[in-house]
Design a binder for this molecule. Sequence first.
Ligand SMILES: NC(=O)c1ccc[n+]([C@@H]2O[C@H](COP(=O)([O-])OP(=O)(O)OC[C@H]3O[C@@H](n4cnc5c(N)ncnc54)[C@H](OP(=O)(O)O)[C@@H]3O)[C@@H](O)[C@H]2O)c1
Length: 327
Amino acid sequence: MPTMHMKAMVFPRYGAPDVLTLRDVPRPEPHNDEVRIAVRATTVTAACGLMRRGDTAMARVVLGLFRPRRRFRILGIELCGVVDKVGKDVTRFRVGQRVFGFAGMHAGANAEFVCLRETASLAPAPDGLSDLESASLVDGPTTALYFLRRAKLAPGMRVAIIGASGSVGSAAVQVARHMGAHVTAVCSGNNAELVRGLGAQEVVDYTREDYAQRGVTYDVVFDTVGKSSHRVANHCLVKGGVYAVTVGGAGLVALDLWTRWFSRTRLLFGYSVEKNAALLEVNELTQHGALRPVIDRQYPLAELAEAHRYVEAGHKRGNVVITVAAG
Ligand SMILES: NC(=O)c1ccc[n+]([C@@H]2O[C@H](COP(=O)([O-])OP(=O)(O)OC[C@H]3O[C@@H](n4cnc5c(N)ncnc54)[C@H](OP(=O)(O)O)[C@@H]3O)[C@@H](O)[C@H]2O)c1
C-alpha cells in the first residue's frame, strides 16, 4: 500500500518559534490498541514552548539530548477531532466519534492526524461546544480539578487563585466556584472583568497589591503560574492551609513531602497526567453550564510559530487555539 501523507508542523531542532516548519510527513497508522484521530483543533500551551526550547535537562532526557527524537518532533498536547481509524483491539471508541483529549509529552496534535492509545486521556467531546472550544477545555480544567481536589477544597473555604486569567487559572476560578469555595482571583487589572465574569468574588491586581499582605486569610492559595512561593503564601494561609503550585521540579517534590509532616502549612506540587476521568467530568461540567471556554486568539496550523510567539510573551487570556483542516 502506498504511504499516505499528512500536513504537520515539525520542529527538527530546539530553538525559537521559527524552528516550527510546515511539512508533509507520513500519516501515522494506529497500533492494535490505538485510535487515529483526524485533528480539527489543537492549542499552544506554556508546555509546548518548554518542549520546543528543550527547556530543562529532565525534558531533554526524554525528548532527546541535542535535538528532539524523531517521534517527538510534532508538538501539540490538547486536541479535539474525529476518530478516523481504530486498531483491532479497540473497544472504547468507534470511527466517526468526536473526541477531545490530552496527548501529554507524546504530543503530536499539531498535525492532521494523531494516534493515541484508547486508554490515553481521551473522552467524547462535549455536545454543544465547537471543536476549538472543546480543545481549549482539556489541560486547564483537568489540571485545576487535580490540584483543587488534592488541596481538599471544600464548600465555604476561601481560595486565592494566582494567574486567574491564564489557561489553568480561568478554569480554576470556575471549578473552585462550582466546588462552593469563595474565590479571590489574582491577576492584572486588565483582566479583572474577565475573571469576575467567570465567578470570582474578589479580584486582587498583582501590579498594585500583594495578595499575601492584605490582612485576609485563605484555606488554599492555588498558584497556577508559579509566580509566588510557599514562603510568601505563609503570610496569608490559615493553619493547615495549602499552597498548591503547578510549576516546579524535584526540589518542590521534596518540599511537598517535607511540609506534610513538619510545617504549619502544606506545599502541594505534582503533575496532572492521567486525565481520563477528569475529561468525563469536564464534559459534564460544560453540560451543566459550570464551565465555559475562554479563548483569546485563534490561528491556522500554518501560523503555529506566530501563536508560539504570542503565548511565550506570558500574557494570554485563557487559551490560544489552532484550527487544523484535516483531509
Ligand atoms: N503541574 C502540572 O500538572 C501542570 C499542568 C498544566 C500546566 N502546568 C504549568 O502551569 C503553568 C501555567 O499554565 P497556563 O497555561 O495556565 O499559563 P498561561 O495561560 O500561559 O498564563 C498566562 C497568564 O498568567 C498571568 N500572569 C502572568 N504573570 C502573573 C503574575 N505575576 N500574577 C498573576 N498572574 C500572572 C497573565 O496575566 P497578565 O497578562 O495580566 O499578566 C496571563 O493571563 C505553566 O508553566 C504550565 O507549564 C503545569
